[in-house]
Ligand binder design. Sequence first.
Ligand code: COA
Length: 259
Amino acid sequence: MNYDTILVTHHGPTAVVALNRPDKLNAMSMILKAEVVRALHDLDIDERTRTIILKGSGDKAFTAGADIHEFQDRTAIEQWRMYEHGTLYDAIDRTAKPILAMINGYCLGGGLELAMACDIRIASDRATLGQTEINIGIIPGGGGSQRLPRLVGLGNALKLTLTGDRIDATEALRVGLVDEVVPHSHLERRTLEIADRIASRSALAVRLAKAAIRASARMPLNQGLRYEHSLFTLVIESEDKEEGVRAFLEKRDAKWKDR
Ligand code: COA
């Protein structure tokens, strides 16, 4: 598949999607967002791909957010139509395979919303993060007002969103906005290592575990527990459960069939 604003490469079982406008700090134009949506759809049904990494090209930015040029002259109706057809953030939510955000630098505004929509966030010690929309007189529109408080709590979410201030990777780790911070030079290696580790597990169990955990953000506890029970009941019937249990008892590595 050919793209103009992203690059897709394969590293064994892991696909890496790079936002590729480094001279614009990988700002997300409409075309770029549509291309990521298309790539995620293709990778989710691609049999060799077990995990996906989203990253920014170059050495400065994951992404500095939505392309601010495109806000000029946009009407309310145009904005509504963009939501009507589903957003990049919805597409990430729909993807069944795990998605890791590899945050190598600026991760601002819609870029932070993109990272927050992903399943796991690994940041370079040089990363700078911020929910910065307020600085241009708007508010988060890609899920930031809902995902940020779920990750960092109401007070931190309000502080970040209302001040528009940027924080460094250490502070992001402290408040729970990222899951791991690594030295800049190790970022790619460490992110691939985590992705490959996940890829070495039963893809079926990984998908079900992801579905159960992501449901916790959408459901009250009693419904979420019932949903977990139904997925656990399903996985008990799987060939991978038979193989995993047998392999443990026979003291050998399991050979997953992903079903
Ligand atoms: N949309 C469109 N273009 C952007 C952009 C964005 N969100 N962020 C950066 N760019 C472009 C700049 O316009 C510039 O392009 P140019 O060389 O054609 O003028 C290029 O990327 C480099 O950015 P620049 O501002 O010169 O780099 P810097 O190192 O001085 O500053 C930032 C970096 C991230 C602090 C600054 O670019 C910035 O504040 N960007 C906006 C971040 C933001 O608020 N995002 C949320 C949008 S809702």
